[in-house]
Design a protein around this ligand. Structure first.
Ligand SMILES: Nc1ncnc2c1ncn2[C@@H]1O[C@H](COP(=O)(O)OP(=O)(O)OP(=O)(O)O)[C@@H](O)[C@H]1O
Ligand SMILES: [Mg+2]
Length: 381
């Protein structure tokens, strides 16, 4: 999706839109009148920054006249019913007020997209371990499960370990088809076909699982991009579990809003996290890369500050170390965010809500199956 921002007072709107995966063009206020007359380049929506203005600008009417089919989102300083009514009459489709939150922008984009008759513009979060075994899949499945509580039936987890990934085990799901089937058929992807490839978990999370077959062909970046793009257009939230063994996949994350790099407090992992975060920031921009610390121990020799310094960015989320709880959740196929609240599950919930930019109340958890049932593994097609 592309947006043209007119008269932006600062970079905040642009950053928020970019974080939602929207490509932006900025037109300064002084040039906007002439540009509107001359005809602006084609865009999916206009975002008019009118913060600090007491009246709805006259340019809104001419913009709407020139581009009657393009939605116009107004960003105002405060919620003034008279102002908003005036704006709607002048042709604005959405009115956002300060303080601007990611969730509000995302919701507005969703409504604009729905109005356009196009698909939704969902958020995509990718999880990548700085080393193997740090807890990446644990974090990804728990965040996905929490997001599925916010958007039941509109949250997808893709296990991008093309073969032998673990997400299905963590989620207690038995998938008949896999991410390989989706990648083999990217030209045929439509909603009905895609729904036949995913399995819906008891907790309303859709899973595109890893395959039980070894991979025979090299990873095709264009196909990964197409798959992730499809997912973003059909699910409000998509969560990707990215394998470290396939660096090519890291080039296929164009549609991803945030890449979460999972580190811990071991020197080798921290160094690796620093390298990975630097590369990803260069490729996708600073605001799209976040580092978190798994199995966090406040008494460890390498502290949170040391990790922050090493990776060159703030660590906003740490997951406490709790092996017993983590292992039990995995063995029962019941992500721990569904269970009794403990510090580890609360840390995953906090990350999920932070990524989504929303605050929601809890919903009831649902029961899972026994470990012996689950040892039997995948159901055959
Ligand atoms: N916060 C935690 N505290 C204690 N143990 C944890 C924590 N998070 C994950 N674990 C445990 O660590 C092990 C590895 O977890 P997980 O499979 O999520 O890691 P991974 O990084 O995805 O591994 P891989 O590189 O194999 O994909 C599991 O036994 C899991 O239960
Ligand atoms: Mg894993």
């Amino acid at each position: 999706m592309r947006a043209t921002i007119i008269g932006a007072a600062d970079r905040r709107i642009q950053e928020l839109l970019n974080a939602c995966g929207v490509k932006t063009t900025v037109v300064p206020e002084a040039e906007s009148a002439a540009l509107v007359r001359a005809g602006l380049p084609s865009t999916d929506m206009f975002v008019l920054d009118v913060r600090g203005q007491a009246r709805v600008p006259a340019s809104l009417v001419s913009l709407n006249r020139q581009h009657p089919r393009t939605p116009i989102v107004l960003v105002a300083s405060r919620l003034d019913p008279v102002f908003i009514l005036e704006a709607m009459r002048a042709g604005a489709s959405e009115c956002l007020v300060e303080p601007l939150a990611q969730g509000d922008i995302q919701a507005a984009i969703g409504r604009v997209a729905a109005h356009m008759g196009s698909a939704i513009s969902g958020q995509v979060f990718a999880f990548l371990g700085a080393k193997g075994g740090v807890g990446t899949t644990t974090a990804a499945v728990n965040v996905a499960t929490e997001l599925a509580r916010i958007a039941p039936g509109s949250t997808l987890m893709i296990d991008l370990h093309l073969a032998y990934g673990d997400a299905a085990v963590f989620l207690g799901a038995e998938a008949r088809f896999s991410v390989m089937d989706a990648l083999d058929n990217t030209d045929k992807l439509d909603e009905a076909f895609f729904r036949s490839l995913v399995v819906r978990t008891k907790n309303n999370l859709d899973l595109l699982a890893s395959s039980d077959r070894a991979m025979t062909i090299p990873v095709d970046v264009a196909r990964i991009n197409r798959l992730v793009d499809f997912s973003a257009r059909h699910y409000q939230y998509s969560v990707l579990d990215i394998p470290r063994s396939e660096p090519a996949i890291l080039d296929g994350l164009e549609a991803v809003n945030v890449i979460v790099v999972v580190a811990n407090q071991e020197l080798a992992t921290v160094r690796s996290a620093s390298r990975i975060a630097t590369t990803l920031r260069q490729r996708y921009g600073k605001e799209r890369v976040r580092v978190v610390v798994s199995r966090y121990d406040p008494r460890a020799e390498i502290g949170q500050d040391d990790v922050q310094r090493a990776v060159g960015g703030q660590i906003r989320h740490v997951f406490p170390s709790d092996y017993r709880v983590a292992l039990e959740a995995m063995n029962t196929g019941r992500p721990l965010v569904l269970g009794n609240h403990n510090r580890l599950s609360a840390s995953f919930t906090a990350l999920a809500r932070d990524l989504a930019g929303v605050d929601v109340s809890d919903t009831a958890a649902q029961p899972g199956g026994g470990v012996l049932d689950r040892l039997k593994g995948r159901r055959k097609a």
